[in-house]
Design a protein around this ligand. Structure first.
Ligand SMILES: Cc1cc2nc3c(=O)[nH]c(=O)nc-3n(C[C@H](O)[C@H](O)[C@H](O)COP(=O)(O)OP(=O)(O)OC[C@H]3O[C@@H](n4cnc5c(N)ncnc54)[C@H](O)[C@@H]3O)c2cc1C
Length: 404
């Protein structure tokens, strides 16, 4: 193993969210001396993440999944129900994982359990040092990155991974612009208990303001992501639990029976954003620092984990070969490998969301026809399912179950 880095890290990950933690674990597992510098989020995260099959395999390979799988529920069936009440409504589409020979499309888990498992695994790796602090500045030069922490410490490494979320300091330091658009929609998130079983089925009701999505959790519990217009979201966030439960029961057509709302609600303004480049100046962006998409079809963090797996794979290969971890070869390859996956998914999710909100009849008709064809044509439906779970163009080694 090359030792030219001495006591200093060879990679610094900025941001200890799920994408940053995964990247740090993968780099350290691959033998790269890594520092993860992250500050705790100011708000508790009550969201859940539907991790699709490739992401679960990657977490298994990194020794994380065994630490949290007891808190995850399998997703075996996914239903899309047109609940717009419009004249031209799409037929209900039902995807079953058994149709593509999978036990489950993936697993849904509360973010707090996922983060806890990632942190526990991170603390077991001797090549990984965890610094709980805020990064104040990120300064690239010709050969490396220098990072200043609020506590006064300074770190230097040839590669920095920017996993610092939507308002990324790393992205700004690399002088990378972003194309972004606010969607005038807000997602209200809450976890629920219910009297009827969910049968490991996630149901996405498409409404006039956006999707209302129920995703199974272990037992008779589910998470809800309810996309609303901002005023309505604010109103619902302020009402008491019993009133909110009643509204959820009505909006869900009582498919889960009597609803009880658990403590903790989140409000997330929807946005579509893609960085113009994913890497530059010894900095590679992963997760929401690189791309943000609306919560439809459970794609956001699954993309982020593929970013983390891809940059780690490239960096570990460079490290073992004695090459520059943050050099042009690694960064250019990273951008090339991630562009199609991120660009393609962002386009499809954004289009689905827009067609839902559109009042234009031909657009509604086209959407209905698309879903009708997916429902009726088996090979097309199976191709959509396979692509949704594991993209043909982006299967880094960790997603295939191969250690780095
Ligand atoms: C309602 C909703 C539901 C979703 N559901 C799903 C789903 O089912 N499946 C799915 O795949 N995706 C889903 N997503 C998307 C997913 O939540 C995000 O992709 C994911 O949280 C992004 O993780 P991240 O690590 O990139 O960023 P973040 O979680 O934002 O983490 C960034 C971290 O960086 C830290 N940080 C920031 N600046 C600094 C600094 N200067 N110094 C130190 N630390 C810093 C922050 O404190 C934070 O810990 C959903 C999103 C929403 C809004």
């Amino acid at each position: 193993m090359p030792d030219k880095y001495g006591d200093s890290p060879a990679a610094i990950v900025v941001g200890g969210g799920p994408a940053g933690l995964t990247a740090a674990i993968a780099l350290a597992e691959g033998g790269i001396p890594t520092v993860l510098a992250g500050k705790r989020p100011t708000q508790p995260d009550n969201r859940t993440t539907a991790l699709l099959a490739g992401s679960v395999t990657a977490l298994e390979t990194l020794g994380v999944w065994e630490l949290c799988k007891g808190q995850a529920a399998p997703l075996k069936v996914m239903r899309i129900v047109d609940d717009t009440g419009r004249l031209w409504r799409a037929p209900e589409v039902k995807f079953e994982s058994s149709e593509i020979d999978l036990e489950a499309f993936g697993y849904n888990i509360e973010n707090r359990y996922l983060i806890e498992a990632l942190e526990r695994r991170a603390h077991t790796l001797s090549a990984l040092r965890f610094v709980e602090d805020e990064v104040l500045s990120v300064v690239p030069d010709a050969t490396a990155i220098t990072i200043a922490l609020k506590g006064g410490q300074s770190l230097r490494a040839p590669l920095a991974i920017g996993a610092d979320g939507r308002r990324s300091l790393c992205r700004a330091a690399a002088n990378i612009g972003i194309d972004e658009r606010s969607c005038s929609q807000v997602a209200l998130t809450v976890c629920l208990q219910h009297s009827r079983p969910h049968h490991e089925t996630s149901t996405e009701f498409h409404t006039l303001t956006g999707p209302f999505t129920l995703v199974p959790l272990p037992g008779n519990r589910s998470s809800l992501v309810w996309v609303l217009d901002p005023v309505e979201a604010d109103e619902l966030a302020g009402i008491d639990n019993a009133d909110l439960a009643g509204k959820i029961e009505r909006a869900s057509h009582s498919i889960l029976g009597k609803i009880e709302v658990e403590p903790g609600r989140g409000l997330f303004p929807l946005q579509v954003a893609t960085a113009r480049r994913f890497a530059d100046k010894h900095i590679a962006l992963v997760g929401e620092a690189a791309h943000v998409i609306p919560p439809i079809g459970a794609q956001g963090l699954n993309l982020g984990l593929r970013d983390a797996a891809t940059i780690s794979e490239l960096a570990v290969a460079a490290y073992r070969g004695g090459h520059d971890l943050g050099g042009a070869a690694v960064l250019t390859n990273y951008g090339r490998l991630r562009r199609t996956d991120v660009g393609g998914r962002t386009l499809v999710i954004d289009m689905l969301n827009r067609t839902l909100l559109s009042d234009f009849l031909p657009v509604q008709g086209a959407r209905g026809l698309g879903l009708y064809l997916i429902d009726r044509i088996g090979p097309l439906r199976r191709a959509v399912m396979r692509e949704g779970v594991a993209p043909a163009t982006a299967q880094p080694r960790l997603m295939r179950g191969e250690a780095l």
